[in-house]
Design a protein around this ligand. Structure first.
Ligand code: GAL
Length: 361
């Protein structure tokens, strides 16, 4: 029996060694997306896979179910399979240890759409200009309420994205860069928690864990029965489409907003199909289109250059080497241009571009 046990251990070790040395990488690029409950990530994953395979790479996409532990195991699996490069849309800073593991194994990591904060173990980030996304949201409210010429006080309540998502800070600060002067002059009154910058302690009171629609809906309902009970809201700063629609559904339960024309201005981003329908129907005021086809193609172009050891030349994106600081390192960042979408241009931007078809709507 003992001889059999020793023999089997020897065979296993031999197999492991052969497999280890002789292992042909089963994978070139690992694509780790955060989750699927926000529609855009399903598109990002599909587009990234298509562009990677079009360049002849063996790629695999996973979705982390908004759980960083799940995504970390998926990333470690990519490394085990021999991936040379990882494109990671992270969930929170819990991703940092596996980014370090990747660097230790000589695996390149590109932060995709969301900056990986708390790490210096990677070199590139690719996203849309997040501050500009927020500016579009703020400007939409400024114009819709005609704030420069307002002859009466206007009321707004604030929502932000996930406190674990560095983008949420940029979106909020971009919007408030437009709206803050009106708050300070008294034209615009904030109903409920009133941070004026994302570094404010009050920011967490308007932030929405993991971009969960159910949390935004509940908080809007609570506001309607408390701070917002005795005012008529003119606007709600909603950071993306998923939350915008949840907030609009909560508003519609209140007699003050129970018809489309009585709804406040509600912002968004991501150009989600349901929100394009809401914008067409006058329920949501605007979104920001961030064409995932463009972001995915640029990310794969960047990956291709890095794997070939070539200097990246990414068309349609500007290189920013100052703004995105992980806390340990300023990361070279490629920023693509977002596009504001309202009732006036959704047909041209979202349908004529082929992103959606008439039939989709
Ligand atoms: C952000 C992303 C946005 C938004 C959100 C929800 O990081 O930039 O597009 O949708 O995540 O996933």
């Amino acid at each position: 029996m003992k001889k059999l046990l020793i023999l089997s251990i020897v065979l296993l070790l031999a197999a492991g060694t052969v497999f280890g040395q002789g292992q042909r990488a089963a994978l070139d690029i690992g694509l780790a997306m955060p989750e699927t409950h926000v529609e855009r990530w399903q598109r990002d994953g599909a587009d990234l896979l298509a562009f990677a395979e079009a360049k002849g790479y063996r790629a695999e996409v996973t979705y982390g179910d908004a759980d960083q532990g799940v995504q970390n195991r998926q990333i470690q699996d990519f490394i085990t399979k021999g991936a040379k490069l990882l494109i990671v849309g992270s969930i929170n800073e819990g991703v940092v240890p596996v980014v370090s593991d990747a660097q230790d194994d000589g695996v390149i990591v590109i932060a995709y759409d969301r900056l990986i904060t708390g790490s210096d173990a990677y070199d590139y980030y690719i996203t849309f200009d997040n501050f500009k996304v927020g500016q579009f949201q703020g400007t939409a409210i400024e114009e819709a309420l005609d704030l420069p010429n307002a002859d009466s006080k206007k009321y707004i309540t604030l929502f932000a994205g996930s406190p674990t998502d560095n983008n949420a800070n940029f979106f909020f600060d971009g919007a408030m860069s437009v709206l803050r002067p009106y708050v300070e002059s008294g034209v615009l009154e904030i109903v409920g928690p009133a941070p004026l910058v994302s570094s404010s302690p009050n920011f967490t009171r308007i932030a929405t864990e993991n971009w969960r629609a159910d949390l935004a809906k509940t908080r809007m309902e609570n506001l309607l029965n408390s701070d917002a009970q005795n005012v008529v809201l003119d606007a709600v700063l909603a950071p993306n489409d998923t939350l915008a629609r949840a907030i609009i559904e909560a508003l519609a339960t209140d007699a003050k907003y129970d018809t489309v024309d009585k709804l406040p201005v509600v912002t968004g981003q991501d150009g989600e199909l349901a929100s394009i329908q809401f914008i067409r129907d006058g329920r949501q005021y605007m979104t920001v289109f961030k064409d995932t086809r463009s972001l995915a193609e640029a990310a794969i172009d960047l990956a291709d250059a890095l794997m070939k050891g070539e200097a990246p030349t990414i068309s349609g994106a500007r290189l920013d080497t100052e703004t995105y600081d992980t806390g340990l390192k300023v990361i070279k960042s490629y920023l693509l241009e977002p596009v504001i979408v309202t009732r006036d241009n959704f047909q041209e931007v979202m349908i004529d571009s082929g992103y959606y078809s008439e039939a989709d709507l």
